[in-house]
Design a protein. Structure first.
Length: 228
């Protein structure tokens, strides 16, 4: 097979992946059909870390108002992606926000809805557990002296255009289980851009992994989970 045909085949596979995703999202958004996208997270970080921490429950409330949310992009067409009802209700220009975002839904700006088989809070929590264990942190069982939880404040796929901008912001909290006092608290945010026809599942996993790596790169977090 020639280099040109190999390159074309790879591009075709990426295009098919996003086309299938867009088709599923369109069905979910337009036909009220509960189509969900299966997703599996596999740890892949090359970082290593030491410590012990229980990975507790994560939260995700995308419908909660965020007064600190960034303003809409100035280089977007005014009212892009807004329906007539959103325009009438004063929806923010340049961003599409459904009336209600489901627990298994990643907010996106293009037409349709991205609904996963798993709730977002469980996907990110399980990914954090798997990634920390893969790095070398002891996370098994409930005997660990500290507990890590996370509040997913923003998970956005800005796919209205020729590229895809990903945003994942998580507020992490580590508490001493003996007295329930916080020993670490920080918010980590990842912003990255991928091409329109990049592998969706790979980009999703990479975005989650990069956020977890930002947590592990923080010396204060490693100090909080250091073995006594």
């Amino acid at each position: 097979m020639s280099f040109l045909s190999c390159r074309f085949s790879a591009s075709l596979r990426r295009a098919f992946c996003w086309a299938a995703l867009a088709g599923a999202a369109t069905l979910a958004g337009c036909a009220n059909v509960p189509n969900t996208i299966p997703v599996t997270y596999s740890p892949s970080s090359v970082l290593s870390a030491e410590g012990t921490v229980e990975v507790g429950a994560f939260t995700y409330d995308p419908n909660q108002a965020d007064d600190n949310a960034p303003a809409p992009k100035n280089d977007r067409y005014a009212n892009a992606g807004l329906s007539s009802s959103q325009l009438a209700s004063g929806g923010s220009p340049g961003s599409y926000r459904p009336a209600r975002i489901e627990p298994n839904q990643i907010r996106n700006t293009a037409m349709g809805s991205i609904l996963l088989e798993k709730d977002i809070k469980d996907l990110v929590r399980d990914a954090t557990f798997a990634e920390l264990r893969f790095m070398g942190v002891k996370v098994n069982g409930a005997a660990q002296p500290t507990r890590l939880t996370g509040d997913i404040q923003e998970f956005l796929i800005d796919d209205l255009g020729y590229s895809v901008d990903w945003t994942l912001r998580i507020a992490y909290l580590v508490v001493n289980k003996a007295n329930d006092r916080p020993v670490y608290q920080a918010t980590k945010e990842i912003k990255r851009r991928t091409t329109k026809f990049a592998n969706f599942f790979g980009a999703l996993n990479d975005t989650i992994r990069l956020n977890i790596e930002e947590l592990v790169k923080d010396p204060a977090f490693l100090a909080a989970i250091k073995q006594p």
